[in-house]
Design a protein. Structure first.
Length: 270
């Protein structure tokens, strides 16, 4: 992982799309600092299409797609994307798994939930679970005393023993049934909403993240960036970002935004 300032100006000037995780990438200690929100606005105003790629629930993502200066949101680790059309006043909602299958999967996850809460003392259901469409989120440090790494690993293994996909974020272990992740839905969102083929235009896209569930994005995008707190997961991720910031969370995100914006003007990314 190299310092963000090592990203060549020529590479930064080619960026037309920025994908970013939310928790501990845009936020610090659970709060969105004004400078991070301002960076979203400045990026959008410069013609760089911005989309959060998050593990957070559908309920949150509906609000973000409507109210934040973004082109759309990929939520629940790739379960869907939401994009609000301001002109038509209509929300586009696209899911990776059909409604009936999601309902069936949620029933299976109830069994997984009971097993995790029984077998991993101190674990808890995420406070935002009520607003989720497709996955189960187990809290290991957001609203409860932090669990040991061994306990977090055990939660992940229980999901996998039950045939579910499981990813570790900076605050939750998320589990679901279905062959999707952040990258697969980001690819679909970019094609549908931005008119961009990310396989052909990897060099025009930056992803910013902070934790192991961002590894598919880190591994795919050559200009991927981690905020400084990603360093705590070095050696525990399937792929590392190419670049890393000096500051943590939202303050590190501002470093990335400033580097891209300082590289020069953009044309409309859509």
């Amino acid at each position: 992982m190299r310092p963000i300032l090592d990203m060549p100006i020529e590479a930064a000037a080619r960026i037309r799309v920025l994908f970013a995780d939310i928790d501990d990438t845009l936020t610090n200690d659970g709060r969105l600092p004004s400078c991070a929100y301002d960076a979203l606005e400045r990026l959008t105003a410069a013609g760089i299409a911005v989309a959060p790629i998050t593990g957070r629930p559908a309920g949150w993502c509906d609000m973000i797609a409507r109210m934040w200066p973004v082109a759309g949101v990929v939520g629940e680790n790739g379960a869907f994307y939401f994009a609000y059309d301001e002109e038509l006043r209509r929300m586009h909602r696209v899911f990776a798994v059909a409604d009936q299958q999601r309902a069936s999967d949620r029933e299976k996850l109830q069994h997984v939930k009971q097993r995790i809460l029984r077998e991993v003392p101190g674990s808890a259901l995420s406070a935002d679970q009520l607003y989720r469409e497709a996955d189960l989120a187990i809290d290991f440090c957001e609203d409860i005393p932090a669990l040991a790494v061994s306990d977090v690993d055990r939660i992940k293994s229980i999901f996998e023993e039950e045939g579910a996909v499981a990813k570790v974020s900076s605050i939750h272990v998320n589990g679901w049934y279905g062959a999707y992740d952040k990258l697969t839905m980001a690819r679909r969102f970019a094609a549908d909403i931005l008119g961009i083929d990310i396989d052909r235009e990897q060099d025009a896209i930056v992803f910013v993240g902070d934790s192991p569930n961002d590894a598919p994005m880190f591994g795919f995008f050559p200009n991927a960036c981690g905020v400084a707190n990603v360093l705590q997961f070095d050696g525990r991720m399937e792929a590392n970002p190419t670049y890393v910031t000096v500051a943590r969370g939202g303050y590190g995100f501002v470093e990335v935004a400033n580097h891209l914006l300082n590289a020069g003007p953009r044309r409309n990314a859509a």
